[in-house]
Design a protein around this ligand. Sequence first.
Ligand SMILES: C[S@@+](CC[C@H](N)C(=O)[O-])C[C@H]1O[C@@H](n2cnc3c(N)ncnc32)[C@H](O)[C@@H]1O
Length: 304
Amino acid sequence: MFYFASNQLKNQAMQNINEVIQARLIANPKLDRKALAIELNTTDNTVRANFISLISKKIIVNYKTIKKVNKAIESIGSVFDVVKEAKKQAKKQVKKENNTYVNHDGVCKEEARVKIVNSIVESGVIGLAASLPNTGWVIEQAINNKVKGIEFIGVERKKVTFNKMRTNLRNLKKDTDIKGETYFGNIGDILYGKLENTYAHLILDYCGNLATISKELEYCINNDVIKLNSIMAVTFAKPIRGVDFQSDKLRQLGAINNTDDRCQSDRSVEAYFYKICGWNYQVVEFFYYKDRYPMTLVIIKRIK
Ligand SMILES: C[S@@+](CC[C@H](N)C(=O)[O-])C[C@H]1O[C@@H](n2cnc3c(N)ncnc32)[C@H](O)[C@@H]1O
């Protein structure tokens, strides 16, 4: 009887302690469970058992798990952000690679185009003109609107740009009487090895640097690849970098006295073209404009 009573008391005490533990844990699930066990003069296991029971009944949540879940969500989020950013960059890259020339309307670019068109039209020379039309065939269309008898060979080295360029020419041919064909590759492929008088005009609207194009320019001039009175229009980035051999050569050529207030690039470029033109070619115009980047247009005419 006494044994039964003491057991009953024990059970009651246990129930009370469990209720207290649970009440304390519900009030603060983050409570230090070891400290709670000491405070209530009970074991760690008793507190832990109550904690687990409350979690399994979904009365409280385990904050450690929540923290882990949150961290996981955060990291998934950041993975998403990384993937999103990577996709964005990839899209930008593709756009860049698809068509390297996107600034069709740079400051005075149109003026530069007009100068090219007029010099070719005014030359009176007709025949085959090699050009870099990008996708728009802007200069070529303007020439065709003013003079008949010039056929174009449009060259492009970027595949995606080339495909668009070819499609656009096909469409233009449906609506206008423009005549031309396309070539996929480097413009040098259709310049080097060409005989005297092969081309009526060369519309070399590059977007590169003079140092990388100078050899083909010199080849064309030295071999009279264009006809008498024909035009060779060349565009390239204006700044001349001093790091490569060509630039240093240009700098030497451009060494003019201190009273000349043009920048060193202008002087170097002009000196270079006067030199390569020799006796048979004449510089018709130097024109500086902006096409996302400061640019130079040089119009050269074969005079002999
Ligand atoms: C400045 S954009 C031509 C712009 C065009 N003439 C206009 O008025 O809108 C130059 C184009 O020629 C291509 N290009 C540049 N250098 C080239 C080279 N050496 N051979 C073939 N294509 C080249 C570029 O990829 C670009 O599409």
